[in-house]
Design a protein. Structure first.
Length: 301
């Protein structure tokens, strides 16, 4: 069982999830892009999630999302479930679509941390030496929608019933961080992406590395996988914060939350129905109706 994490309204997260066995089940083409975007948009609408950036790679995806109402787990469950069902139906498969490893959820503490991860997400195809420019990536990406123009995605004809309960279209708009001028934010992101492209291009030239190219990506079998191995048992961070003092405070708050959560869980298991779980205990608040404290273990503001 993974360690508990506090879910507070108004937090921003970097989300990463990989396909099972690292298979290219998200290999980009028109239909896969449509399914991914439709499921993302529908889940975001249902649970009040604000999306700042996303990129769908061939065997994983990244997204930066803002969670105003503290409903991130429900959003992820809905998004992952319907993406898996629809793409399994498309590829004619039945087993688990996503990796058995838990979804990587990293809370972004400061506005600068949010900016860094938005650039990281959008530049992922370039950093992986797949394409030369971010705009060349054929998969679903937030880059063409940074201007904030609403994106309307029609329901895919795969898996979803024509007269079923899912909406005929799902709308999605890219947002910027609260309190930041939208035009200035977009300009800064684009400049950072151009700088990242130049740096990666210089590295490739120095090391004789060639890009894979979008045509080669489209020719991939969805059941293939990378020939290279992937690191295992690495650390899975829960927060990202470049400010060392703030990071220390946040880690102490997370440690205090987990300690109080463990004590409350042990008492509840022993039969104490009056125990109060620490603020941010999503599962107990939503599904068990156990009492939850009104103050956090340590301030996360």
């Amino acid at each position: 069982m993974s360690s508990p994490r506090p879910i507070f309204p108004g937090q921003t997260y970097l989300i990463t999830r990989s396909c099972t066995q690292r298979q290219f089940l998200l290999r980009p083409d028109r239909m896969t892009n449509r399914i991914f975007l439709y499921c993302l948009a529908d889940a975001a609408q249902r649970y009040g999630i604000r999306v700042l950036a996303w990129v769908m790679m061939s065997n994983h995806y990244h997204a930066v999302v803002d969670d105003p109402e503290g409903r991130l787990p429900a959003f992820l469950e809905h998004f992952h479930k319907f993406t898996a069902k629809a793409l399994n139906a498309r590829w004619g498969r039945w087993e688990n679509f996503w990796s058995s490893e838990p979804t990587c959820v990293v809370r972004l503490v400061t506005p600068e941390d949010v900016f860094d991860k938005v650039v990281y997400v959008l530049a992922n195809p370039v950093a992986a030496d797949i394409v030369d420019r971010v705009a060349d990536w054929p998969g679903a990406s937030a880059l063409p929608h940074l201007d904030g123009k609403p994106l309307s995605v029609p329901r895919a004809p795969v898996f979803f019933r024509k007269n079923g309960p899912m909406p005929a279209t799902a709308g999605l708009s890219i947002v910027g961080p609260d309190g930041v001028d939208r035009n200035a934010w977009v300009t800064r992101v684009r400049e950072a992406l151009s700088s990242r492209e130049r740096a990666v291009r210089e590295r490739r030239l120095q090391n004789g590395i060639r890009v894979v190219g979008r045509k080669a990506v489209r020719r991939l079998s969805p059941f293939g996988r990378p020939s290279t191995s992937t690191p295992r048992r690495n650390l899975r961070p829960c927060i990202a914060c470049k400010d060392p003092n703030r990071r220390k405070t946040e880690l102490l708050a997370l440690q205090a939350f987990r300690q109080q959560h463990a004590r409350a869980r042990a008492l509840l298991t022993a039969g104490d129905r009056t125990v109060r779980f620490p603020l941010g205990s999503y599962r107990w608040r939503m599904f068990v109706s156990a009492p939850v404290a009104t103050e956090p273990a340590l301030s996360v503001a």
